[in-house]
Design a protein around this ligand. Structure first.
Ligand code: FE
Length: 139
């Protein structure tokens, strides 16, 4: 797997201090502090093999390669989630914007945001930080 998840999701860190111990600095800033990686910097931006994108914090399955598309924004982009139960959507009014935050339902990690300018049939664009993801290639 590319970017092995920090935990298996079965015994999640209980404190931010414990998260700091298991995540890289970049992962911590994004997943736990709602950070955003610089555009075009992500390791998985151009990943186009068949497989599943999982949470870098806990390994929960988040997105299928089937829904990944090139949005030209500089962040990995998906038109749908693998399983709606695995993510939470939250209203985010930070930075003077009205956005919908995408959060891992298992570990609470911040993944990115979802916008309504994606391709058909969903019309959604899940704009996700590469550093918040691991990639499990189909075998
Ligand atoms: Fe997670």
């Amino acid at each position: 797997m590319s970017n092995e998840p920090a935990t298996t999701g079965e015994s999640l860190p209980e404190t931010e201090e414990e998260w700091r111990d298991v995540l890289t600095d970049e992962e911590y800033e994004i997943l736990r502090e709602q950070g955003t990686e610089p555009k075009f910097s992500g390791e998985l931006l151009d990943e186009d093999d068949d497989g599943t994108f999982v949470c870098a914090g806990c390994g929960t399955e988040l997105f299928s390669s089937d829904t990944k598309f090139d949005s030209k924004t500089g962040w990995p982009s998906f038109s749908d989630v693998a399983d709606g139960a695995n993510v939470e959507l939250r209203r985010d009014t930070s930075h003077g914007m009205e956005r919908t935050e995408v959060v891992c339902a298992t570990c609470g990690g911040h993944l990115g945001h979802v916008f309504d300018d994606g391709p058909e049939p969903t019309g959604k664009r899940y704009c996700i930080n590469s550093a918040a993801l691991g990639f499990d290639e189909d075998s």
